[in-house]
Design a binder for this molecule. Sequence first.
Ligand SMILES: C[C@@](CO)(OP(=O)(O)O)[C@H](O)COP(=O)(O)OP(=O)(O)OC[C@H]1O[C@@H](n2ccc(N)nc2=O)[C@H](O)[C@@H]1O
Ligand SMILES: Nc1ncnc2c1ncn2[C@@H]1O[C@H](COP(=O)(O)OP(=O)(O)O)[C@@H](O)[C@H]1O
Length: 278
Amino acid sequence: MTYHAFPAPAKLNLFLHVIGRRSDGYHLLQTVFRLIDHGDTLHIAIDHSGEIVHENPLPGVPAEQDLIIRAARLLKQASGSRLGCRLRLDKRLPMGGGLGGGSSDAATTLMALNHLWGTRFSREQLQALGLQLGADVPVFIFGRDAFAEGVGETLQPIRLPNQWYVVLIPPVSVPTAEIFSDPCLTRNSEPIIMAAFPNEQMHNDLQAVAVRKYPIIADHLAWLSQYGNAMMTGSGACVFAAFDTQVEAERVITALPATMQGFSAQSMMQHPLFDLLD
Ligand SMILES: C[C@@](CO)(OP(=O)(O)O)[C@H](O)COP(=O)(O)OP(=O)(O)OC[C@H]1O[C@@H](n2ccc(N)nc2=O)[C@H](O)[C@@H]1O
Ligand SMILES: Nc1ncnc2c1ncn2[C@@H]1O[C@H](COP(=O)(O)OP(=O)(O)O)[C@@H](O)[C@H]1O
């Protein structure tokens, strides 16, 4: 059996404004998604069994919640393919980290199996399928830095300068739904136009809620703020700051105290699997 390796990169939310709420309770956002070259790797072997098997499931994540199994089942159901697959995930991204790890794994599963099973869905069709799995899944299939609206599914490409990022990983997993459901969340940020990005007023509305619930995030923000403009990504817990060069970013990683974990990564113009789709 031959396994093929497919990358599943992380995303950062360079800002995140909550500008309203849909009737189903989902929040309307404006955000800029940036892809970075640090992530998980998914190994896939296809076969004729028709079965979908995750060989090394994540502790505490049963099959019905497992985003790579759910993505594979969804593609199989939508396409009617009779083929099967064995999935093995090298997990590097923290769960509940705001780096979109689970969503990226799901997007990679859809793109890779669409290729290996020959199911021939277009990019737009796969994005729509991905949205059924989570609000963050479509941007990874879109495959480029994006200004996003709606719940994250209305995407416009945005050109951003090459940057290096330092990402710190506070030792806490933040459930996205808990942050969005907090009564204190600001839900009426003023809508902006894409051309206004970037400006100094941009912030992450989810940060105040997450920091109050998980003070260790504030400790990490305070430490990173010594070196740059630190902000939380998504619903947390990870925080990041941008640097112009790898040397500057590495210098910050070298200075990390033993009590903190983090990594540096470079921005990516394009998802590594971008060319698998038309
Ligand atoms: C906050 C963001 C920003 O990029 O990222 P993460 O922190 O999760 O990485 C996303 O909007 C998260 O997207 P995703 O992680 O796919 O969320 P989902 O699984 O769709 O939703 C989890 C839960 O969060 C709430 N939710 C999510 C998105 C949204 N726009 N409004 C919401 O109210 C809903 O209660 C939903 O049940
Ligand atoms: N492959 C996966 N990787 C990470 N989390 C997953 C995966 N499959 C299911 N999950 C579930 O999704 C939740 C959110 O994970 P993740 O997307 O990594 O965080 P975030 O949305 O904060 O970026 C996890 O706590 C876990 O229960």
